[in-house]
Design a protein. Structure first.
Length: 156
């Protein structure tokens, strides 16, 4: 007696992760631009830098929830959850270093944070989307998974 074929993994958690990772990367790049603008002498951009940091922190916490959904119920890999947990801790440390005016720690952690966000973005987009539920073949009742490319014909 064999078990029935497993249902396809849902696609929506991975799609949400791609959206949140892309948003996080865009906010991180905007943060770099705002910091450069401040260091270039436009002191008004410091307030925008602070506001963007709060938006970035919100998105990384949302991505933490989405990464948990990728793992369960999405049956995806575990690394996005651990990576996003590390990014969340780094964002908190980054904001703390900024408010403490610890420029050396703030800049160093910022470079590492943006690098981590971009590596995470590439990794998320390299994850293959699960097959759509409507594109899976109908079970034939034999309990075996279908071969890729169709049934195998044996000539006599």
């Amino acid at each position: 007696m064999s078990s029935p074929p497993a249902a396809a993994a849902p696609r929506w958690p991975l799609i949400l992760l791609r959206i949140s990772a892309t948003t996080l990367a865009l906010l991180a790049l905007l943060q770099v631009m705002l910091a450069g603008s401040f260091l270039n002498g436009t002191y008004e951009s410091l307030k925008d830098h602070e506001g963007n940091a709060m938006t970035l922190a919100t998105v990384v916490v949302c991505q933490l929830v989405v990464a948990a959904l990728v793992r369960r119920p999405g049956r995806g890999p575990l690394w996005p959850l651990w990576t996003t947990t590390g990014l969340t801790a780094a964002v908190i440390g980054q904001i703390a270093a900024g408010y403490a005016r610890s420029i050396s720690a703030h800049v160093t952690l910022g470079v590492l944070l943006v690098s981590g966000v971009l590596f995470g973005l590439v990794g998320v987009w390299r994850l293959p989307l699960p097959a759509r539920a409507d594109s899976l073949p109908e079970p034939d009742g034999s309990g075996r998974l279908p071969r890729p490319g169709g049934p195998l014909e044996v000539s006599k």
